[in-house]
Every structure is written in structure tokens, then in C-alpha cells.
Ligand binder design. Structure first.
Ligand code: ZN
Length: 469
């Protein structure tokens, strides 16, 4: 009985853990490695296990760094079931289809260059039929229902409160009469976040695998974050321009719509026309709306009283390219929410071209901006940026609202862990080295044993946790 850490080991992306129990081989998550081109090239390497010999996959949530290599796994021979929450299945259909189309587009672009140079052509990482095939292997589950998924392996998903459908994985394993309970946190949500419930407490485990994205940081309070957002909208009204908000299609876009609707009076949102300019975000918003039973108490109450929490009379969904282009003619009074979240692609770049140089406009960065992205350069104070070879002056007011994280901060992670009555040993994953070390110190200070596995490291679940880390 063992667990092997084949991804998100001393890094944030590419979540992938292999659990062996008796004859059974179970993979938890099969995420895409994201980041610099050299990191992303690792996605093309063969899996360090035989996909055809896996009996099942359990998927924690729809984000690509957890789900994005599933079509590749299927392409490499995996034909078993993918167990996940039903909302994750619905979001994956959007995410994986989009990822496949993007792969095809990237490969097409690269191949046109290669043809001109007489070089060998590349294959897309995977394409649409691979994503469709992976989707057919999904088996949808609900939260809190225990189920035997393989001989000797029982599974229960609990609400992780990170994005819709996100799950904490509880696994009961039995091998030759020996029993162990393994709990894998997945990505844990930020308590108090809108729409979703807080991460569900789990009381018992023999071993906990814990994410550590923000293991060294706290988030600003929700009250402060909302006050900050309100202030930007009030200020922007006086400068009589547009507001651009780059946002991830899943999670952040829905949170923004929710806040705009429910603070509409206070923030003067009625004076604006709001555009959700992203087909993927529109589809994800529909999935959120369909799964209203997963909302927290406040969102449920508001839904009952004011209807769907993501619709407003002055909100427009722009699906087609023509609808998106029409927004370019609006010089004032538009709030435009568009992808991509870090401005490296998507429709937000067109809106930048038409608005970023104008002093009357405002840009709100409400999500994480990774190093090397266009969003990060603007946040860091670039005077000009390049878009399609054109130099654009940054004249608009730039606002960074940092509190809207989908991940628990340090105290959130510690609080969730402290629900385990026996303080079981902890394995830290899904973090950069600094946050991991900081979180390990806090855990060790309260006498918990901590392991930070290296990529590929194996851990015997029947022996005590080794002392190294
Ligand atoms: Zn995530």
C-alpha cells in the first residue's frame, strides 16, 4: 500500500498522485504542468507509470493543473472510470474542450512556421476527440456519499469550497486485512468566499496530503476587499471612462458578477453597462447557476429573494466575436469582464488596445498575475505594453485588488488541518518551496510530523512517516 507523488511535488501545477492498494492502481488528479515553456514541455514526456494499467482516476476539481492531462492519459491507454463531483464533470467539459482547441491552434500556428523553415511538424498535445473520449469515462458523484470504487478502495468526496464541484478526497484502503485512511485536500477554498461553502472539516485520517499554495501568507479580510472594490467603482464613475477587469472564466468571473449584483446600489453599478465578454465564462456561469444546490447559505438566501445571482438587467453576455467588437465603440460607462485572467490571450487584449491608453479608463486586477505575463507587467507599473506589434501607452488607472483568492491562506490551511482529532502526519504538496517550508514550520511547532516529497517519491502507507523532509 503506497502513494507516489508524480506531480505538484515541490511545485504548484501538474497535480498527480498514484495510490497502490493490493492489486489496485488509482490515480488522484492528472493535471497539466503550467508555467514557463521549459516546464510545459514536461507535459509531453511519457507518464512515469503505465496509463493502461490504471484501474481508476479520482479528480478533485476542474482546474487544468488538476484535470488538464486526462485526455493525454486516455490517449496513452487509460480506459477506466474518472470519478469526480458532477459539477466538476460539467466544468471539465468546458475546460478540456477549450484546452484541446487551444492545443490544436498552437500546433497549427507552430506548424505553419515549421513548414516555412522546412522543419519537422509537431502534433498537438491532444485534440478535441481525445478530450471527448476522456469525458465519456467520467462517473459523476455527489458530496458526502461513500462508495466502493475498486476492491479494497472506498471513496468519499467532501466540499473543498475552492471552485464549484471542488472536492476533498477521502480514501479508505484495505490490503491483506491492513486498513489505512488517506485524505487528500485537493485545493482548499478561502473561508468566507462568496457563493460556495467553506471547506468541509474532516475528523480522521492516517495520513493527510495538504496543499500549500499560500502556506506563508494571509489574505486581506473580505470586508476590506469589498470596500476596496466599491471605492474603485465610485472613483471610476467620476472619470467617465470604461472599467476593464481581466478574469479567469471559472470561479473569478462568477464571483465578480455575484458581487456586482449584490452591491449594485452601494457601488452604483446601475450607472454602468456590464459585459461578460467570454464564451467560456458564460458557459461556466450557466453551470454555476444549474448547481445552485451547492451554494452557501447566503447565496441560497439571495437566490431565493432576488433570483439567479449572476444576472442583472444591465448585464450582457457577449458570445460572438461581433458582439465583442461592438464593445470597442463604447467610450464610457462599460464594465468589461473578459479573459484571459493574466492577459496573455483572449478578448481582454482587444479591450486593452482600445482603452488602456485612455486616462479616463480603469483596469482592475482581481486575480493572481504570474511572472512573465502581460498582466504582471502592467501591475508592476509598465509605462507601455506591446500588443500585436503595436506599442500601447498605459494611461488608464491600474488597481490591484488582492483579497479575492480561491485558496485558503496560511491560517485557513492550519485551521482545516486542526479538525483532525489525532493530528495525523502531513504531506505537503502544491506549493513553492518557500510557502511549503513556512507551513511545515507551523505544523511542526504543534508536533505534527511533516513530509515534503520530491517528485517521484514513494511513501509506504503501512510504515511510519520517514523523518526527512
Ligand atoms: Zn484549483
Amino acid at each position: 500500500m503506497e502513494i507516489q507523488f508524480h506531480g505538484a511535488a515541490r511545485e504548484v501545477t501538474g497535480s498527480c498522485f498514484l495510490v497502490l492498494c493490493g492489486e489496485q492502481r488509482l490515480l488522484v488528479d492528472c493535471g497539466l504542468i503550467q508555467g514557463a515553456p521549459a516546464d510545459e514541455a514536461r507535459n509531453r514526456r511519457p507518464f512515469p507509470f503505465d496509463p493502461a494499467r490504471l484501474d481508476a482516476v479520482v479528480l478533485t476539481h476542474a482546474h487544468l493543473d488538476h484535470s488538464g492531462r486526462l485526455p493525454l492519459l486516455v490517449k496513452a491507454g487509460f480506459s477506466g472510470p474518472v470519478y469526480t463531483h458532477r459539477a466538476t464533470r460539467d466544468l471539465c467539459r468546458i475546460m478540456l474542450t477549450d484546452a484541446a482547441l487551444l492545443n490544436e491552434k498552437d500546433a497549427g500556428h507552430e506548424n505553419r512556421r515549421r513548414l516555412r523553415r522546412g522543419k519537422r511538424l509537431v502534433e498537438p498535445l491532444y485534440s478535441r476527440p481525445d478530450a471527448d473520449r476522456a469525458m465519456r469515462q467520467f462517473q459523476a458523484l455527489d458530496y458526502s456519499v461513500e462508495r466502493e470504487i475498486l476492491p479494497g478502495v472506498r471513496l468519499r468526496l467532501q466540499d473543498a469550497g475552492h471552485i464549484l464541484g471542488s472536492a476533498i478526497v477521502e480514501l479508505w484502503l484495505e490490503e491483506n486485512g491492513a486498513r489505512r485512511k488517506l485524505v487528500i485536500s485537493g485545493d482548499l477554498g478561502h473561508a468566507g468566499a462568496p457563493i460556495l461553502r467553506n471547506p468541509r472539516a474532516v475528523r480522521d485520517a492516517d495520513l493527510v496530503v495538504l496543499e500549500s499554495t499560500y502556506g506563508d501568507r494571509e489574505h486581506r479580510s473580505w470586508d476590506e476587499t469589498l470596500a476596496e472594490l466599491g471605492e474603485v467603482f465610485r472613483e471610476a464613475r467620476q472619470s467617465r471612462g470604461n472599467i476593464l477587469i481581466p478574469a479567469f472564466a471559472i470561479g473569478r468571473s462568477q464571483e465578480l458578477l455575484y458581487f456586482l449584483k449584490h452591491h449594485a446600489r452601494e457601488w452604483g453599478i446601475g450607472h454602468w453597462t456590464v459585459f461578460l465578454d467570454s464564451p467560456m465564462a458564460i458557459e461556466a456561469t450557466e453551470v454555476y447557476g444549474r448547481h445552485w444546490k451547492l451554494f452557501d447559505a447566503e447565496a441560497s438566501r439571495r437566490r431565493k429573494r432576488h433570483g439567479d445571482p449572476f444576472t442583472m438587467p444591465n448585464l450582457h453576455f457577449s458570445r460572438t466575436a461581433a458582439q465583442s467588437r461592438a464593445i470597442n465603440r463604447v467610450l464610457r460607462g462599460a464594465i468589461v469582464i473578459a479573459g484571459s485572467g493574466m492577459c496573455d490571450g483572449g478578448r481582454i487584449r482587444h479591450h486593452f488596445k482600445h482603452n488602456l491608453w485612455r486616462e479616463s479608463c480603469h483596469v482592475i486586477f482581481a486575480g493572481f498575475q504570474a511572472r512573465g505575463t502581460l498582466g504582471r507587467r502592467i501591475v508592476d507599473g509598465a509605462q507601455t505594453v506591446k500588443l500585436w506589434g503595436d506599442t500601447i501607452r498605459v494611461g488608464a488607472r491600474i488597481h490591484t485588488v488582492g483579497g479575492l483568492s480561491a485558496h485558503a491562506g496560511q491560517s485557513g490551511l492550519l485551521e482545516w488541518y486542526r479538525n483532525f482529532a489525532q493530528r495525523p502526519p502531513v504531506v505537503l504538496v502544491h506549493g513553492e518551496p518557500e510557502p511549503m517550508r513556512a507551513l511545515a514550520q507551523r505544523l511542526e511547532a504543534s508536533r505534527s510530523r511533516v513530509l515534503i516529497p520530491k517528485p517521484g517519491e514513494r511513501l509506504d502507507l503501512l510504515s511510519p512517516l520517514p523523518r526527512n523532509r
